[in-house]
Design a protein around this ligand. Structure first.
Ligand code: AMP
Ligand code: P6P
Length: 339
């Protein structure tokens, strides 16, 4: 269905529902509730510099990271709203170790995994941060949902997306029918369609990686990055490095401008042998978005992110994601070594 700039996200979601005659409106309701939470978080993030909400909350989350007040606020905002929306049976959050139940009597037919405020270490320096979400259909029976409803491979996601809180607040999501971007007009509190049918450029000379880990990388990663940096004007090399250190900001730039983002395995920390990023609420939702926009998302041994069967909620995974041509090229380096 043609997407017309300027329509509201609620109108876009309703148009999509109408393409599914048997739909009851539950997915629509879920998405709209999530969008209300995003508006509340956006208002808080944009006030953070003024309100006394910057800095540490004095708590440490299960990742062993200092919980910033805004992290906590975002987590609570999504939890409180979604536990009583009636559309989900269970949740998982980057900020909490175990599964999060919904209120008794409010169990619905979807599950929700989310990173409430990714990149929060950048809050105090006004760098863009974001919320990432992933929605699956419940597979468990019985009243309350279970981890089984969350531990599903990414290719089974019903919807996925993110909200980036930057110079403007932009919602980017997919339900499997392309990728659409909506910009929040805070003066009216509405998201308006600003990026219809997003397609990631098939090729772009940008790479996004934390180069300070060069000496921790395994050989294939080092060889690939060195290749991108070689001087060869005929092939458009060297590539330009763009790295913000905030996944949603780095990914969003990649999606719009093209390029490749890498967070591969490294020898840096024994407790993160699979790299730093999480499968359930970071890699898998972004992988659905990028594939729907014509890009690719793989691990550093060539596995498709969306094919990985999750074992645990906070499972980490190496992530190579972006423009098709660049990920194809990376795959040659990473799988050549595996042979
Ligand atoms: P529902 O009964 O409303 O949960 O919808 C049933 C199925 O129809 C969903 O799992 C989706 O596959 C599809 N669907 C319903 N509403 C939407 C929507 N707003 N956007 C995209 N797909 C939808
Ligand atoms: P590094 C932020 O803490 C985060 O989880 C992602 O947003 C970001 O991509 C990554 O960590 C940055 O990690 O090791 O480069 O500082």
């Amino acid at each position: 269905m043609a997407k017309r700039k300027g329509i509201t996200v609620s109108r876009q979601i309703m148009d999509s529902q109408l393409l599914h005659p048997g739909a009851t409106g539950e997915l629509t309701g879920l998405l709209n509730e999530l969008i209300v939470a995003a508006k509340i978080i956006s208002a808080e993030v944009n006030m953070a510099g003024l309100a006394d909400i910057l800095g540490q909350s004095g708590k440490v989350n299960i990742q062993g990271e200092d919980v910033q007040k805004l992290d906590e606020f975002a987590n609570q905002t999504i939890k409180r709203r979604m536990e009583q929306c009636g559309y989900i049976c269970v949740m998982a959050s980057e900020e909490e170790e175990g599964i999060i139940p919904v209120l008794e009597g409010y169990e619905g037919k979807y599950s929700l995994a989310f990173d409430p405020l990714d990149g929060s270490s950048n809050i105090d320096v006004n760098v863009s941060i974001g919320t990432i979400f992933s929605i699956h259909r419940r597979v468990s029976s019985g009243k309350q949902g279970s981890a089984e409803d969350l531990l599903q491979k990414g290719s089974r996601q019903v919807a996925a997306g993110y909200i980036i809180y930057g110079s403007s607040t932009v919602l980017v999501y997919t339900t499997g029918d392309g990728v659409h971007g909506f910009t929040l007009d805070p003066s009216v509190g509405e998201f308006f369609l600003s990026h219809p049918d997003i397609r990631i450029p098939e090729q772009a000379k940008y790479y996004s990686v934390n180069e300070s880990y060069t000496n921790y990388w395994y050989e294939p990663t080092r060889k690939f990055i060195n290749y991108l940096k070689e001087v060869d004007p005929d092939s458009g090399r060297p590539y330009s490095l763009r790295y913000i250190g905030s996944l949603v900001a780095d990914f969003h730039r990649n999606l719009i401008k093209g390029g490749i983002f890498l967070y591969a395995r490294d020898r840096k920390s024994t407790d993160k042998p699979e790299g730093k990023l999480r499968l359930l609420y970071e890699a898998a939702p972004l992988a659905m978005v990028v594939e729907q926009a014509g890009g690719r998302a793989i691990t550093d041994d060539g596995r498709r992110i969306l094919d990985i069967e999750p074992r645990e909620l906070h499972q980490r995974v190496p992530l190579i994601i972006g423009s098709k041509k660049e990920v194809d090229l990376a795959e040659q380096f990473f799988t050549a070594s595996a042979k």
